[in-house]
Design a protein around this ligand. Structure first.
Ligand code: OSB
Ligand code: MG
Length: 370
């Protein structure tokens, strides 16, 4: 397929309520959306990074710069014969996985559409519904937290993840566990702790958490391995896994039993599939993470999560958990009886972007032509 045109949109879509985690507070979903045009088709991809470098070093500004000045020039006007080529064309640029992922995902969407297949079928996914859970931001106090959790549980979410920080950790988990003895409950530290906090994590042994996500430094594998050897709860890595190479090291060091795989964090679908296949062989369980994506990134995530080794509930929630208004014509709903979301059925990622809403939330737009 010849890449004729690439459109780059910078969006800011307000959240229904602010999202607080140990890396800061987000009031709106900032992201870059790319639309790649070829043979009359349009493929869509999302770079879901933030205005600040507190989760990843990539920001909206760095990603716009890398896309416009380095990544897009490498693929515009090229003839592409299979979607895996994109990863290799972009490889000379070091890092910047979230910027790369937007292009990679848009190309996979295009190729699936050109074969008249849903992305799920193009990837040979095996599920039509994805088990999901909800990620609960840091709350002001315990009664507010219990109300928030109650609200999500009553909507049908069967897995709840609590963000934790040095000021908000054991007590909130204990209170939620006491009220919901059988809930699939987990914690996400977003790298806010160190090995000095080991007794805190040992106290969590009693809480029957399904996992603790990324308690230690964002670039660490060694300390996670030392921590895992001294606690019962499975450790899950998020920020520390940015490549197949990181995954190999984490497996060799026994740094985790579970990986939160975010397609954007690992630079796109080709890398995500390689990591998926390696983890499946190595007995590392996966689940599909989220970056509070718009309907575009969320649709990509749903298709990817249909692969066989995504065995734990995903951080993909219904549209109304994030936004009053999204940019697609097809909001995502939770099936309350089994805490799942349907993989979209149409070809490619299976959603229709609403151009009026895209323009409504657009801060900036650039068009690249051959
Ligand atoms: O650490 O998984 C994370 C959101 C933004 C950045 C990092 C994380 C998260 C979430 C929310 O936990 C996941 C979602 O619902 O998209
Ligand atoms: Mg996380």
């Amino acid at each position: 397929m010849k890449i004729d045109q690439i459109e780059l949109y910078n969006l800011s879509i307000p959240f229904i309520s602010p999202f607080k985690f140990s890396n800061g507070e987000l009031l709106a979903h900032t992201c870059l959306i790319v639309a790649i045009k070829s043979e009359g088709l349009t493929g869509w991809g999302e770079c879901p990074t933030f205005d600040n470098p507190y989760y990843t070093y990539e920001t909206i500004k760095t990603a716009s710069h890398i896309l416009a000045d380095f990544l897009i020039p490498r693929i515009i006007n090229k003839n592409i014969y299979n979607p895996q080529e994109i990863r290799d064309l972009l490889a000379p640029i070091r890092g910047h996985n979230m910027a790369k992922s937007a292009l990679d995902c848009a190309i996979w969407d295009l190729f699936a559409q050109s074969q008249n297949l849903s992305l799920k079928n193009f990837l040979q996914g095996v599920k039509d519904q994805i088990k999901v859970g909800v990620s609960v931001s840091l709350e002001g106090n315990i009664s507010q937290l219990l109300n928030t959790v109650e609200n999500y549980v009553s909507q049908g979410y069967q897995r709840v993840k609590l963000k934790i920080s040095p000021h908000w950790n054991l007590k909130p988990l204990q209170k939620v566990r006491k009220k919901y003895p059988h809930l699939m409950l987990m914690a996400d530290g977003n790298s806010a702790f160190t090995l000095d906090d080991i007794t805190l994590f040992q106290e969590m042994n009693e809480l029957n958490l399904i996992m603790i996500e990324q308690p230690l430094a964002y670039d660490d594998l060694l300390d996670h391995s030392l921590l895992q050897a001294q606690i019962n709860t499975p450790i899950c890595l998020d920020e520390s896994i940015n490549s197949l190479h990181d995954t190999r090291m984490a497996i060799a060091l026994k740094s985790a039993q579970i990986i939160n795989l975010k397609v954007s964090r690992v630079g796109g679908i080709t890398n995500a599939i390689e990591i998926h296949n390696l983890c499946e062989k190595a007995g590392i369980k996966l689940w599909c993470g989220g970056m509070l994506e718009s309907g575009i990134g969320r649709a990509t995530n749903l298709h990817l999560a249909s692969l066989s080794n995504f065995v734990l509930p995903a951080d993909i929630s219904a549209t109304n958990r994030y936004f009053r208004e999204d940019i697609t014509q097809s909001p995502v709903y939770l099936n309350p009886e089994d805490s799942t979301i349907d993989v979209p059925k149409g070809i490619g990622i299976g959603i229709k972007v609403d151009k009026n809403l895209l323009f409504k939330y657009k801060q900036n737009q650039e068009i690249f032509r051959s």
